[in-house]
Design a protein around this ligand. Structure first.
Ligand SMILES: Cc1ncc(COP(=O)(O)O)c(C=O)c1O
Length: 377
C-alpha cells in the first residue's frame, strides 16, 4: 500500500514578481498618456536588450513567434522552393513555410535529441531545397547543431533556427538563434519568457535586419510613408507587449537559474532509472528546460496515464512536444509522404514533467517519487 501524499503540482506557472507587475503597469499608464502604443521606445529597448542577451548584432520585435519565422523566410525568397522542416515541431514552423509560399519537406528525428540530424536531412534533400529550419525542441540544442550548420554550408543551403523553445539555451557557449543566418523566438505565455504575445528575429545579417523592419509594418518603405515596397503584413509588436517583454528579459537570468535547479534535480534522479530515459544535455551546454522530457520504456495509453497520475498524486504533467508529428496532421496531408519511424514512436510515448521558476524542491521531489511509484508500483 502506497503512503505517497497527494500534492497538487501545476504543469507551468508564469513568473512575475510584484515589482515587475508594478513596473509594467506604470509603463502602460505612461503610454496611455502619450499615445505611443506601437513601434515605440520600449520595443526598441526590448530589441536592444534581447540582441545583447543572445549575442547578435540585430533583433527585430514582432507580434508572434510565427511571424518571426515567416518574415525571414520571405526575405530569404523561399517561394516555390523546398524547405527541410522537422516533423517533430509545432504547427507554426511548417505553416510559416507554407505561408511564405514554399513546400515543407518533413524530416524525422534523432531519438537522442528530438531534433533532425545531418543523416536524416541528407535523406530528404531535394533539387529544390533552399534551406533548413532547425527547432531546439524542449530548449535542448542538439549536440549535432554545428555539424548540421556545416552540412548546410557544404550543400549551399541556409540554416534558420526556430528557437521558440530556447531562450537562453546554449551549446558550447553559443546561444540558440546564432548558429545560422537568423533565428526566431516566441513569447507566447507558456514560453520560458513571455510578452503576452510576441516574437523576436535575431540575426547578424544587415539585409535581414533592414527588410524585417519593413515586412513587419505592412511592407512600407519607411514608418512615415505610405509607399509599400514588400508584401508585408501587420506583424508589429505593440508597446504594452514590449513592456511585458522587457520586464521578462531583465528577469531571464533568474528564471533560467531557477529552472536549471529543478532540471538538474530531475537529471540526477532519473538519468539511471530502469523504467525510461531522459534527454541528455551535452557536456558544457545549457538547457532552459522549456519542457522536461521523460521517455518511459512503455506507454500505451498516455492520456489515461496522465489522468490517473493526476488523480492519484496531484501532479499535472504538461503538454507534449509534440503529441502528433506534422506528417500526421490533416492540414499537411499534401506534404506527408515518407516514413518517420522515430517520430511515430516517440511523439506517442514521451511525457513532460512539470517545471517552472517558482517550483519548490519539495514539489520536484514529489514529482520524482510519484513517477517511481507509478512505474515500479
Ligand atoms: C516550435 C514553435 N515554433 C513556433 C511557435 C509559434 O509561436 P507563437 O505562438 O508565438 O506564434 C511555437 C509556439 O507556440 C513553437 O513552439
Amino acid at each position: 500500500m502506497s503512503n505517497l501524499l497527494k500534492i497538487n503540482v501545476p504543469p507551468v506557472k508564469p513568473y512575475f514578481p510584484e515589482e515587475d507587475k508594478e513596473w509594467v503597469a506604470g509603463k502602460i499608464k505612461e503610454m496611455l498618456s502619450t499615445g505611443m502604443l506601437t513601434l515605440g521606445a520600449l520595443g526598441k529597448e526590448f530589441e536592444k536588450e534581447f540582441a545583447a542577451f543572445v549575442g547578435t548584432q540585430y533583433a527585430v520585435a514582432v507580434n508572434s513567434g510565427t511571424s518571426s519565422i515567416e518574415i525571414p523566410l520571405r526575405i530569404l525568397d523561399v517561394a516555390g522552393k523546398d524547405v527541410l522542416v522537422p516533423t517533430n515541431t509545432f504547427f507554426a514552423t511548417a505553416a510559416a513555410v507554407v505561408h511564405a509560399q514554399a513546400n515543407p519537406v518533413f524530416v524525422d528525428m534523432n531519438p537522442e535529441t528530438f531534433a533532425v540530424s545531418p543523416e536524416l536531412l541528407e535523406k530528404r534533400l531535394t533539387p529544390k531545397t533552399a534551406g533548413v529550419v532547425l527547432v531546439h525542441i524542449a530548449g535542448l540544442i542538439s549536440y549535432q547543431t554545428e555539424e548540421i550548420a556545416d552540412w548546410c554550408k557544404k550543400k549551399g543551403l541556409w540554416l534558420f533556427e526556430d528557437a521558440a523553445h530556447a531562450h537562453g539555451s546554449k551549446l558550447n557557449g553559443k546561444h540558440a538563434g546564432t548558429f545560422g543566418i537568423a533565428g526566431s523566438f516566441s513569447f507566447y505565455p507558456t514560453k520560458v519568457m513571455t510578452s503576452g504575445e510576441g516574437g523576436m528575429i535575431v540575426t547578424n545579417d544587415k539585409r535581414i535586419y533592414d527588410e524585417a523592419q519593413l515586412y513587419r509594418d505592412q511592407g512600407k518603405t519607411s514608418f512615415l510613408t505610405n509607399t509599400h515596397g514588400k508584401m508585408g503584413y501587420n506583424w508589429r509588436l505593440s508597446e504594452p507587449h514590449a513592456a511585458i517583454g522587457l520586464a521578462q528579459i531583465r528577469r531571464l537570468k533568474e528564471i533560467l537559474a531557477k529552472r536549471d535547479a529543478i532540471g538538474s534535480f530531475y537529471n540526477a534522479e532519473l538519468s539511471n532509472c530502469e523504467f525510461g530515459r531522459i534527454l541528455k544535455v551535452p557536456e558544457g551546454s545549457f538547457s532552459n528546460y522549456y519542457k522536461y522530457i521523460f521517455i518511459p520504456n512503455k506507454m500505451n495509453d498516455r492520456a489515461g496515464f496522465k489522468k490517473g497520475f493526476k488523480e492519484k498524486t496531484g501532479v499535472s504533467l504538461t503538454g507534449e512536444v509534440y503529441e502528433m508529428p506534422l506528417h500526421k496532421q490533416p492540414v499537411f496531408a499534401a506534404w506527408s509522404a515518407g516514413t518517420f519511424p522515430a517520430a511515430d514512436d516517440l511523439c506517442a510515448r514521451h511525457i513532460c514533467l512539470p517545471i517552472f521558476p517558482s517550483m519548490t524542491m519539495d514539489e520536484a521531489k514529489h514529482v520524482v517519487a510519484s513517477l517511481k511509484e507509478a512505474f515500479y508500483g
